[in-house]
Design a protein around this ligand. Structure first.
Ligand SMILES: [Zn+2]
Ligand SMILES: [Zn+2]
Length: 355
């Protein structure tokens, strides 16, 4: 479908939220709609944020199975992957009531904020660009209460001092041995934090990329909708460099601590490196069909200007070579005899890989 026939009209309402009104409801496939929306953007002087457009696409895709789409499968009707539909839906609050700890991604860096819908209180992970985060919080009508810092690197902790100035009284959490800039409250492995009335946050020490790196495991009070914010320890289909630790530590962080979280846990990481990581993963396991499929999907997402985050723990166990080192076949393939040795070897290959 070309732009001239896309029948899409953008307008601004009084609350300045852009509303996408879709006149035609006859588009059979979500991919076509995404393309049509993209090409139609060229016809409008003011460009709507991508996430509003894509969320509106979900609304208008004619799929009456939105609630059924919200499983990590591709919906047969609109061909949206469940987690993508869920993400889009959550941005417009059209999902079922379950989304009490609604999670949405702010900006292109994949940095995220977590919202307790009942109290409208929010936590933000690694707000390296505080102004953007505050703007997003304003748009969503939420109150920023907590900063969750994964580690001390500037692209993660560099905005802490600024956000403290902008939001007086905000609490800034960070690993007790990570020397996080602007930290007001140090956390240890196993510490529990709360957001609003319904969101629990468990601190998981996941060292190696940095010594005191913390991942944050978030659930609703009923232990539903689990999500984990993994900073630079676990990337989608990859892991962070071993700047301050050993392969043993990374094995413990990735394969034991994060690998034993519930399989449907959504994974939000610190950087959008997915396509490169999957290309590398194929050099380790060329015939792994799940990796091949996810690479095709990830390339499609990026071409459409969409994120590949979140993933899930189960998808990582299927496609992330660093999380698959327990498999003797994988160890043999890289000429190693133990998981830790294989992890070290794969990391070294990745460091030298010019893909
Ligand atoms: Zn880092
Ligand atoms: Zn980083």
């Amino acid at each position: 479908m070309d732009a001239a026939h896309s029948n899409i009209c953008l307008r601004s309402d009084t609350s300045e939220r852009l509303i996408l009104s879709i006149i035609s409801r006859s588009w059979p496939k979500a991919q076509n709609i995404t393309k049509a929306v993209q090409s139609s953007q060229a016809h409008h002087t003011s460009r709507a944020p991508d996430y509003l457009i894509t969320a509106a696409v979900v609304l208008s895709s004619g799929c009456c199975h939105i609630s059924r789409c919200l499983t990590p499968r591709t919906c047969g009707t609109c061909q949206l992957r469940g987690d993508v539909a869920r993400y889009w839906a959550s941005l417009l609050s059209i999902g079922p009531r379950k989304f009490e700890n609604r999670i949405s991604v702010v900006g292109a860096l994949g940095r995220s904020h977590i919202v307790d819908e009942s109290s409208k209180e929010a936590a933000v992970v690694d707000p390296a660009e505080p102004e953007k985060v505050l703007e997003a919080a304003k748009q969503h009508g939420v109150l920023l209460k907590l900063v969750l810092t994964t580690h001390h690197h500037r692209d993660h902790a560099g905005g802490n001092d600024k956000i403290k100035q902008l939001v007086p009284g905000i609490k800034v959490y960070g690993g007790s041995i990570d020397n996080v800039k602007g930290c007001t409250d140090k956390v240890e492995n196993g510490d529990k934090l709360h957001l609003g009335a319904h969101v629990n946050i468990l601190c998981l020490h996941t060292p190696c990329h940095t010594n005191g790196h913390i991942s944050y495991y978030v659930t609703s009070k009923e232990e539903e909708d689990p999500a984990v914010f993994t900073g630079d320890t676990l990337f989608i289909a990859g892991c962070g460099k071993f700047f301050e630790g050993t392969a043993e530590q990374m094995y413990q962080s990735l394969c034991v601590t994060l690998g034993s979280l519930p399989k449907p846990t959504q994974v939000y990481c610190g950087h959008e490196y997915t396509v490169k990581n999957l290309q590398f993963a194929l050099t380790v396991e060329p015939e792994n069909v799940k990796i091949q499929q996810k690479l095709t999907w990830a390339q499609h997402q990026r071409q459409a200007g969409l994120p590949t985050i979140p993933s899930t723990i189960v998808e990582e166990l299927e496609t992330n070579p660093f999380m698959r080192v327990d498999m003797p076949e994988l160890q043999a393939r890289v000429g190693c005899q133990s998981p830790v040795e294989a992890l070290q070897e794969i990391r070294q290959r990745k460091d030298n890989w010019r893909g």
